[in-house]
Design a protein. Structure first.
Length: 271
């Protein structure tokens, strides 16, 4: 688990196993310098996958998800914590996978021996539709953070965006977006969210900065399927042409018979 400070009061802190002291004291494990922060404001004890937050003194101002805490509480990923006026977001840390990294591209060999390189498309992309991001495309792969800081995977140079505004994580069902305690909020389809699963076609808004979530791989696959639809074979078209020629022949025969009948009738009238 780690703590993210969206307003930049402290760099992101990854909690190691054991106990960490947060406060304004010089020997605090996480030094927070702001009005209202006590020398030993809180303690966080992290064991395995759980974290326990303990307030050192009842007068120390601490809230978790907007509720005041005066003793101890279990801290879970996604919780928004405030220490006096400082806000932090607790987020889970994904363990490194031992599986080999995915290949960025696939290589095929054509029948004539030439090598073809097929570039792997990202599963999702964000397309900017307003403000400084208008017309820009941002790939969304694995986990990315959007924010004003240049260290973010998707940096947005706008005062409307917090330093670390929101986190996007690709899942089998779509893209999970999580607000990182931003000042102006994160919205999906104009609804303010804390954590929300997005699908292709949904709109993501950070204050007035808007994006559209697209799935280019799916769109190209659908287009290829349409292009690869089999065309009617010449054999299927031949019966139609043959039928037309047969109808024309019978029409000519009928006209000839009528003409002969007319001539015969005139001859009979003469005799």
């Amino acid at each position: 688990m780690k703590l993210l400070f969206p307003n930049g009061e402290h760099a992101p802190v990854e909690l190691d196993s054991g106990r960490a002291v947060l406060g304004s004291a010089a020997d605090a494990d996480i030094a927070l310098m702001a009005p209202g922060i006590a020398p030993r404001h809180v303690e966080i004890e992290f064991t395995g996958a759980t974290a326990k937050l303990t307030v050192s003194h009842p007068e120390n101002l601490v809230t978790v998800n907007g509720k005041a805490v005066t003793t101890s509480i279990e801290l879970k990923p996604g919780d928004l914590v405030t220490f006096a006026a400082i806000r932090a977001r607790a987020v889970a840390v994904e363990k490194a996978s031992h599986a080999p990294p995915p290949k960025p591209r696939d290589i095929d060999v054509d029948d004539d021996g030439r090598t073809k390189v097929r570039v792997a498309l990202p599963k999702f992309v964000l397309r900017g539709v307003s403000g400084v991001t208008f017309g820009k495309i941002y790939p969304v792969q694995s986990t990315v953070v959007i924010g004003r800081q240049s260290e973010c995977e998707i940096p947005i140079p706008s005062e409307e965006v917090s330093r670390r505004h929101a986190e996007l994580r690709v899942t089998p069902d779509g893209v999970m977006v999580e607000d990182l305690g931003s000042s102006n909020g994160t919205y999906v389809n104009d609804r303010r969210i804390t954590r929300q699963l997005m699908k292709a076609g949904d709109e993501l808004r950070l204050d007035t900065i808007r994006f559209l979530l697209l799935a280019p791989g799916q769109e190209m696959g659908q287009a290829a399927a349409r292009n690869e639809a089999p065309a009617p074979s010449p054999a299927a078209a031949r019966p139609v042409a043959k039928s037309s020629r047969t109808g024309l022949m019978w029409a000519i025969v009928a006209v000839a018979i009528l003409s002969l009948s007319a001539v015969a009738a005139r001859l009979m009238g003469l005799f």
